[in-house]
Design a protein around this ligand. Structure first.
Ligand code: MOS
Length: 732
């Protein structure tokens, strides 16, 4: 039988999606459904003195107006850093503009929104802090950096002393703006109580986390919370936690004694489920005259909300610690609190922002050295992770650079800025390195072999649009040696075996391991049944058995699964498996790598920038589906282009209000902004990460894109833009 894993097969859910038959959270039909709308603060700092809900309550169809005055009290002790407990109407404090201060329930969506607008709030208004710069002196050390897995600062050697005496130096500050995730599907929840049992249909990257958060806040056992999410219309991190709207929907459903749906508006998506925090990154790099790095210091400051709401520190310096060979490195992470919502993970959190600064600085240093940027990186390539002091499980970064340079035609580049033109356009080419950790967490899966030759595989994972359904079906089909069309993979239900949040690019490595183990266990169970059967197994040994297409092949003939099950008096065989985070990986640094190469054309009069060519070469372990992988990589590079040129959330400095909370003024790349993107995935098989040799690829391809584009813009124009996004006015 031909290998199924790796094949570029179509998504198993493609037809459902194209036909509009894939059911998203907001689309479940639940009888007696009422509709909710949020009331949000219009000040950024202060307290609510009074809320007048009278007019709203008297409006037709209104079932409840819930405010801090009448909200259920929740259990606010956080069981894990992922438990978002605030703001959930538990007090009258206002800490950012757009904070949820009420939820209104009515019989129709329109009535809910009309009543929400009729709620009158009187505030005592305080002075708001809306920018980081004036308060950067009060930056503080994160308390739960990487959920406590490591300290926020690190150093090796003496970066400052090495910098002081170095011949070639760079000192520069880079900034990245607040960005919002903007998945196509806005966040939505339907909540229904049956006695003390809660069912929620919710758009989430983590059904288990949603279950735990709701159980914690409502003080009920997790088994009483049933979370269902078969499809997610993109998440990019904003559906990684169960944010207050999920909790408020459940609270509202309990209050009105009916199922309630809260479907966030696009504007609500800017105040309700996190964002990528703004960063200010101060870098000091130095090299010797041969182009060897001798000092790297990366001091990262990232925007936080007021600390009482939670904590999230953008880990901008982690790539600087390990990417290159350098004896003296210092990295720090600090938080700067302003009156804004709580930030969160977004598309390669840490690496996306941090590697923009790192790779811009590397380019600037290459310019100072008068050295080709690829040559500079090759000279500083590292055989080991010098931060962890471990070998890499695999690192083919050199090959990424060389392959990328060849495909891109890097040799045709003339080094001088403004030296390449096409008609009146300035042409520039730039490159950057990509890296992202290969994460893996414990996961479970269940396999059911049916007498009719079909297979059902279940895991409590999610498909956030990346292809989990398809790829896991391939893993099961190949392991059980059956056509993929006979496998049905089910996910998105908290009653299935637990799997991790679909974040940190960990689903493939985590869940494929569990699916593989469960399928191997199923096959073994079938063999055991054959061998234990006095008639079928007579004279056979385990080594002679194979499982193929639903049959046990044993010399001289075959035993059908249906026949075997009939003899057992059952209609299916079920096995499950739970795999851990991976054995034997502690001795290695687990990362993926890539080379990003961009060509831009800049209009010298207008400052407009077009990315005209793009090549990305990635070393991401074994690829389980060449088609879904390529789609993800093109998608990742595309949102890297968004980071480079377009995306930025604008906050009004006086009011702290987000002024472009829509997809017309929050710019994202559209088809015309995206050139043909050439993606190469180097062959790989990283057995140290997981038994299938695969590493996650969701986030890797966006890392370095903004740096490559910024470096290309410098090469085209001679202007170094250290503040994202690179908009035309910055070039004029
Ligand atoms: Mo991701 S930003 O870990 O969903």
């Amino acid at each position: 039988m031909q290998a199924i894993i790796g094949q570029p097969i179509d998504r198993s859910d493609a037809r459902l999606k194209v036909m509009g038959a894939a059911k998203y959270a907001a689309e479940f039909s639940v009888s007696g459904l009422a509709h909710a709308a949020l009331v949000q603060s219009t000040i950024a700092n202060g307290a609510i003195i009074a809320i007048d809900t009278g007019a709203a309550e008297r409006m037709p169809g209104v079932l409840a107006v819930i405010t801090p005055d009448n909200a259920d009290k929740l259990q606010l002790e956080r069981k894990s850093p992922q438990t978002v407990t605030k703001p959930t109407l538990q007090d009258r404090e206002v800490l950012f503009n757009g904070q949820h201060i009420g939820i209104v329930v009515a019989d129709t969506l329109e009535r809910a929104h009309a009543a929400a607008a009729a709620v009158k709030v009187t505030y005592q208004q305080g002075e708001a802090i809306t920018r980081m710069e004036p308060v950067i002196g009060q930056a503080y050390v994160p308390k739960h950096f990487r959920n406590g897995a490591r300290p926020p600062d690190s150093s090796r050697g003496d970066a400052d002393a090495a910098f002081a005496s170095a011949p070639v130096k760079l000192e520069a500050t880079y900034t990245t703006p607040v960005e919002h995730h903007n998945p196509m599907e806005p966040h939505a929840t339907i909540a229904r109580w049956d006695g003390d049992e809660l069912t929620v249909y919710t758009a989430t990257q983590g059904i288990t986390g949603a279950q735990e958060t709701l159980a914690t806040l409502f003080g009920i056992p997790p088994e009483k919370v049933h979370v269902i999410c078969p499809f997610v219309g993109g998440g990019f991190g904003c559906k990684g936690n169960a944010w207050p709207p999920v909790t408020l929907t459940a609270m509202a459903a309990r209050k009105v004694g009916r199922p309630v749906k809260l479907n966030l508006t696009r504007a609500d998506m800017y105040t309700s489920n996190g964002y990528r925090p703004r960063t200010i990154q101060k870098l000091r790099f130095a090299a010797d005259s041969d182009g060897k790095l001798i000092s790297m210091r990366h001091d990262g400051f990232s925007q936080m909300s007021m600390p009482v709401l939670g904590e999230f520190a953008e880990p901008v310096g982690l790539a600087t610690e390990m990417l290159y060979a350098c004896p003296n490195v210092a990295v720090t992470h600090r938080l700067v609190a302003i009156n804004a919502g709580v930030p969160t993970y977004m598309r390669a959190p840490g690496e996306a922002s941090g590697v923009f600064a790192l790779e811009s600085a590397m380019d600037e240093l290459a310019v100072a050295l008068r050295m080709d940027p690829i040559e500079f990186r090759l000279r500083n390539d590292s055989a080991i992770d010098m931060h962890e002091n471990k070998p890499f499980s695999s690192r083919n970064l050199r090959e990424c650079y060389l392959r990328g340079a060849e495909l891109f035609g890097w040799a045709r580049r003339t080094p001088e800025p403004r030296s390449m033109r096409d008609g009146r356009h300035l042409v520039g080419v730039g490159m950057a390195t990509a890296t992202y950790p290969a994460n893996r967490s414990p996961a479970g899966a269940l396999v059911r072999l049916n007498a009719d030759g079909t297979v059902v595989v279940r895991s409590g994972t999610q498909d956030i649009g990346t292809g989990t359904y398809t790829v896991m079906s391939q893993v099961a089909a190949e392991t059980l040696r059956m056509p993929v069309s006979r496998v049905r993979f089910e996910l998105g239900d908290s009653r299935f075996p637990k799997a991790p949040v679909s974040g940190g690019s960990q689903t493939v490595a985590s869940v494929s391991s569990a699916v593989l183990a469960a399928c191997l266990a199923a096959r073994q169970k079938v063999f055991d049944l054959v061998l234990a059967d006095p008639q079928l197994g007579a004279g056979l040994s385990a080594a002679e058995l194979r499982f193929e297409n639903g049959n046990v092949i044993a010399p001289p003939g075959r035993i059908g699964l249906a026949q075997l099950l009939a003899r057992q008096g059952v209609d299916h065989i079920e096995t499950s498996a739970r795999t851990d985070a991976g054995h034997g990986k502690e001795g290695h640094s687990l990362r993926s790598f890539g080379a990003q190469l961009a060509e831009v054309r800049v209009d010298p009069d207008l400052g407009t920038i077009r990315v005209s060519r793009y090549v990305g070469v990635f070393d991401a372990g074994r690829i389980l589906n060449a088609k879904t992988a390529r789609s993800q990589m093109i998608g990742g590079i595309t949102y890297g282009l968004g980071m480079a040129l377009f995306e930025a959330t604008q906050m009004d400095a006086d009011t702290g209000r987000i002024v472009n909370a829509n997809v017309a003024e929050y710019l994202m790349p559209v088809n015309a902004d995206v050139p043909e993107i050439e993606v190469v995935m180097l062959p790989g098989d990283d057995q140290i990460v997981d038994p299938l040799g695969a590493r996650g690829i969701g986030e890797l391809p966006m890392v370095g894109v903004a740096g490559a584009v910024a470096n290309a813009v410098y090469h085209a124009t001679g202007k170094r833009i250290r503040e994202l996004p690179i908009t035309p006015e910055k070039l004029l």
